[in-house]
Design a protein around this ligand. Structure first.
Ligand code: 5RP
Length: 251
């Protein structure tokens, strides 16, 4: 494909708090300005630490004022964001066709394949990415990569039914990730439980397997007990990365 384009600094982004926060905001604001068109009525809102800047820009652009415009969350966190910004909240079962979904990512490769699920939200995120006519990724410069797994070392997030986790873990080891582990809560009190009541396995794979993420995705998804895999292949239409110098890279 064509080389990534570099967009000059956004004229209106406020001064940064930290470089990383500023770069997240740059990516989010640029994507909202380009992809949330005035005629759009159904908008998917992703999860993570970049997405609050998406909502911030939606509000500052006055895109929340149209009372016909509904916002669909991908997680408890994004539902809270939508509600606290006083946007109209909807659900994907009411609105299975979405105009645009904007979401963060843990890593994005040269052909816009992504690792997602660092926040354990990738099942709903993938449903909303698939439901959207246009799926757009926003992230800071650390997520911009050539091969998945180079920057995001903790592995591919795999959401699994609770009762099946030990068997899935064994099978994920056999697929090629002997280092795969069950994700534990930061408190170490027990496993992370997703918004859907499932567990998450983090599975690092060797680079040669990560170079073909679609094949890897299909192999993991075949394992009984797997609910969804945090590899998003051929889904994103564009990815925006805020850079340290205030520019934005778009792929
Ligand atoms: C949650 C995700 C997030 O989109 C991903 O972790 C990126 O988050 P951040 O914007 O905080 O870097 O996939 O499951």
């Amino acid at each position: 494909g064509s080389p990534p384009a570099l967009i000059p600094p956004h004229p209106k982004v406020p001064p940064p708090t930290t470089v990383i926060e500023a770069s997240k905001r740059l990516a989010a604001w640029t994507a909202v300005d380009r992809h949330v068109l005035p005629e759009y009525k159904v908008i998917g809102i992703g999860s993570g630490s970049t997405v609050p800047y998406v909502v911030e820009r939606i509000v500052s652009q006055g895109l929340a004022r149209n009372k016909d415009r509904v916002f669909i969350p991908t997680s408890f966190q994004s539902k809270e964001l939508i509600v606290s910004a006083q946007l109209l909240l909807g659900d994907v079962d009411q609105y299975p066709v979405i105009d645009v979904t904007i979401d963060g990512a843990d890593e994005v490769d040269e052909t816009l394949n992504c690792i997602k699920g660092g926040g354990a939200c990738h099942l709903r995120e993938k449903v909303l990415a698939e439901a959207a006519d246009t799926f757009i990724v926003v992230a800071d410069y650390r997520k911009n990569s050539d091969v998945l797994g180079k920057n995001f070392k903790q592995g591919v997030p795999i959401e699994v039914a609770q009762f099946a986790y030990a068997k899935v873990l064994q099978n994920v080891h056999l697929v090629g990730s002997p280092g795969a582990t069950l994700r534990m809560a930061k408190s170490k009190a027990g496993p992370v439980v997703t918004d859907n009541g499932n567990f998450v396995i983090d599975a690092p794979f060797p680079e040669e397997m990560m170079r073909d993420p679609y094949t890897l995705l299909t192999r993991i998804k075949m394992l009984t007990g797997v609910v969804e895999v945090g590899l998003f292949c051929h889904m994103a239409k564009a990815a925006y990365f805020g850079n340290q110098d205030g520019s934005v890279t778009v792929k």
